[in-house]
Design a protein around this ligand. Structure first.
Ligand SMILES: [Zn+2]
Length: 175
């Protein structure tokens, strides 16, 4: 992970909060683009970590620092990717409720068939995206997602069952 001495940070005010976009000097344009896209979406209720890295080389991931890959930053799916990684943080910061939620999911969904963490994260992401982007835009964007297909399918088809398991996860910071 490259958060070495050359790492620069761009402060992006979002509502009452501010996100720090960390970037290598060569990736300043990427950081500016992500900043402008985040300002365009009202993401502040869903910020569970305020440090975000942009990377031209590493795939998007949540930990230890939420990182968004360059290919996602210019894409329509950037709000989904951003919400997805933020929801990993929502889960990680909801202990011990997250442990109980995963146990509840394990009692209903076969862990041989589903990635239980992603059942929770994808459902949290879908619910948040519907709030943030509306149903039509969300459905169009989710139809293009190719990873975690079983988990997203379950998030739509068995949403009530998943919600019953993850009801103690704090999805919005203002709720
Ligand atoms: Zn994930």
């Amino acid at each position: 992970m490259s958060t070495g001495p050359s790492t620069q940070r761009l402060t992006v005010p979002l509502g009452a909060l501010a996100v720090q976009v960390l970037h290598d000097p060569a990736d300043r344009d990427l950081a500016l683009l992500l900043a402008s896209r985040l300002r365009h979406f009202a993401v502040s209720p869903y910020l569970h970590t305020l440090e975000v890295r942009v990377s031209a080389t590493e795939p998007s991931h949540s930990h230890p620092v939420l990182t968004i890959h360059a290919s996602h930053i210019a894409s329509d799916v950037v709000p989904l990717v951003f919400l997805h990684e933020q929801m990993h943080w929502a889960l990680a910061r909801s202990q011990p409720n997250a442990r109980d939620a995963l146990a509840a999911l394990a009692s209903k969904f076969a862990s041989s068939e589903f990635d239980l963490v992603h059942l929770a994260v994808c459902r949290l992401e879908v619910t948040s995206a519907f709030e943030l982007l509306g149903a039509d835009v969300s459905m169009r964007l989710f139809s293009a997602v190719t990873r975690y297909e079983r988990e997203y399918h379950a998030a739509f088809e068995r949403g009530d069952e998943i919600d019953a398991c993850i009801c103690c996860i704090k999805r919005r910071i203002d709720a």
